[in-house]
Design a protein around this ligand. Structure first.
Ligand code: AMP
Length: 218
């Protein structure tokens, strides 16, 4: 199964994709994580992506698409994967469809986690992540038991540089301008499932799991 998780920055895509990955056994593939890992390794694509990420804008389609298509060609994705944060433009959506079609595959479902825009900025600017295992925390709604330390692995928590208020505003407008058409794209293909992202983490997961089990109407 090839499943796409769609949602604005701060909608909870990463959290839900991680849980779904554990539930389904499908690997979670997230371009933002791949770029950050590439940057840590000091590769050319990581350095190229950095200035776009710091500015809160999308990395050019060619770079993002090449990185994802290479990643999903790896053996662990041969029977499917969860794409978290890709595609984010119509160009990427079409390139992905074409690459899968060449392998005799296609996207099965796209899940859109809907969260009102007024909630998103608050979620992002209070977000902290574990440097080791990437578990997300929120200073108001989900603080760690010990300040600055991950509950799961004890790793140090950090704030992403693109979660600063000025960058967050830009990232949200990029989503509404460039990624919203991708939602329509999957809706027109009768592959879109909408879930209410304002519910608790557990409830959103339950909605997603039940939505994914429903047959799609054509
Ligand atoms: P994320 O970790 O999903 O919030 O993504 C962080 C940043 O990575 C975004 O603000 C973009 O600069 C870049 N990025 C992530 N996914 C994509 C994509 N599909 N296309 C282009 N840039 C992306």
């Amino acid at each position: 199964m090839y499943i796409i998780i769609l949602g604005a920055p701060g909608a909870g895509k990463g959290t839900q994709a991680d849980i779904l990955s554990q539930e389904t056994g499908l690997p979670r593939i997230a371009p933002g994580d791949l770029f950050r890992q590439a940057l840590e390794r000091g590769t050319e694509s990581g350095l190229a992506a950095k200035r776009y990420m710091d500015a809160g804008v999308l990395v050019p389609d060619e770079i993002a698409t090449e990185m994802i298509l290479e990643r999903i060609a790896e053996p662990d994705c041969s029977s499917g994967c969860l794409l978290d944060g890709f595609p984010r433009t119509l160009h990427q959506a079409r390139a992905l469809d074409q690459a899968l079609e060449e392998r005799g595959e296609s996207i099965d479902k796209a899940v859109y986690i809907e969260v009102p825009s007024e909630d998103l900025a608050k979620r992002l600017t209070g977000r902290w992540l574990c440097r080791s295992c990437q578990t997300p925390y929120h200073e108001a709604s989900f603080p760690p038991k010990t300040p600055g330390k991950c509950d799961k692995c004890g790793g140090a928590l950090y704030q992403r540089s693109d979660d600063r208020e000025e960058t967050v505003r830009g990232r949200l407008s990029v989503f509404f301008a460039q990624t919203a058409p991708v939602i329509d794209y999957y809706e027109q293909q009768h592959k879109l499932l909408r879930v209410n992202g304002r519910l608790s983490i557990h409830e959103v997961t339950a909605e997603m799991m039940s939505a994914l089990k429903q047959p799609m109407s054509s």
